[in-house]
Ligand binder design. Structure first.
Ligand code: NDP
Length: 283
């Protein structure tokens, strides 16, 4: 008879707080569906315990782990090599362990560009981004590296917006400019792609970023980072105007798929992951 194998491949996440992070459910659904003998362990680890947690993961032969709040920057100190975009963004949310060597990647922007590429190629396109926080930073850098030509950063806080503009101009071939966010802002001139990368809309299906939605036209592609609820007020308005849209749930699914590929060198089947998130987010 064939020998039973009681040893799982280990993966997981280091963040704090973490009780509401659904990634464990997403990843374990994928492992089960694809017959990968692996587990994903959601660990409450803050900055104080991060060094020891990383040493523990290495000692236990983990394949890799995700990092979230408050560890996305702090983890860099313990990593041997950074992916191109992670280096520019200055934040890591996915770590791969191979032969005791740690590589850090940032999948926030990659998940976005990949989800987008199923509908529109970002290469040669112009983007306008609402927001200049972590999500905006990752999306701007990854879109620029993927060949976006012009990126307009629209943000309330000018300093943060200008910092992101400088980051893009100093590190990529894209041309970035800052636009101050005045109430009821008209999106003019219209870019090819408009992205809401603010937190407006999270857990509130009626919250709309303070822009003039009458300025949206059907030629525009509109994406939203908000995963929950997936159909945000912005995306509904955009769809009414005839725009093509992409929601934040798809971005999140692509991040799970990237985890699986980085850790197991396998293409991910996104359907079971999407199902888990859809069920969690629609109750
Ligand atoms: P940050 O706190 O780093 O940034 C928040 C940004 O939103 C800032 O630019 C802030 O502007 C802006 N903002 C907040 N409230 C308003 C408002 N009322 N009007 C205009 N601008 C506003 O957050 P993150 O970038 O980390 O996350 C943003 C969102 O992205 C979250 O909701 C998160 O759920 C989502 N996200 C989704 C992912 C996915 O895979 N789908 C991945 C990562 C994040 P200012 O600087 O002026 O304060």
């Amino acid at each position: 008879a064939e020998q039973e194998n009681f040893l799982s491949d280990l993966t997981g996440s280091f963040s704090s707080p973490c009780a509401e992070n659904p990634t464990v459910a997403v990843m374990e659904a994928a492992y089960q569906h694809q017959g990968i003998p692996a587990r994903y362990i959601n660990c409450d680890v803050g900055k104080e315990q991060l060094e020891q947690a990383v040493a523990g993961a290495k000692a236990m032969g983990w394949r890799g782990f995700n990092c979230s709040i408050p560890n996305k920057q702090a983890i860099i100190e313990y990593i041997d090599e950074l992916g191109t975009s992670a280096k520019v963004i200055g934040a890591v949310n996915c770590v791969i362990i191979r032969d005791g060597k740690l590589t850090g990647e940032n999948t926030d922007g990659k998940g976005f560009v990949e989800a987008l590429s199923e509908q529109i190629d970002v290469k040669g396109k112009t983007l306008a981004l609402l927001g200049a926080g972590g999500a905006a930073r990752a999306i701007a850098v990854e879109s620029a590296l993927a060949g976006a030509t012009e990126i307009t950063i629209i943000n309330r806080d000018k300093k943060k917006g200008q910092e992101l503009v400088d980051l893009i101009n100093d590190n990529t071939k894209a041309k970035a400019t800052f636009k101050a966010w005045t109430p009821g802002l008209r999106i003019d001139p219209l870019p090819d792609i408009l992205v809401n990368a603010t937190s407006v809309g999270l857990d509130d299906a009626d919250a709309l970023p303070d822009i003039d939605t009458e300025s949206l036209e059907s030629s525009l592609f509109v994406a939203d980072v908000i995963p929950n609820p997936p159909q945000t007020a912005l995306l509904r308005k955009a769809a009414d105007k005839g725009c093509r849209t992409l929601n934040g749930l798809n971005m999140l699914v692509n991040q799970g798929a990237l985890n699986l590929t980085y850790w197991f060198d396998k293409e991910a089947d996104k359907e079971p992951m999407r199902k888990v998130l859809q069920k969690l987010f629609t109750g």
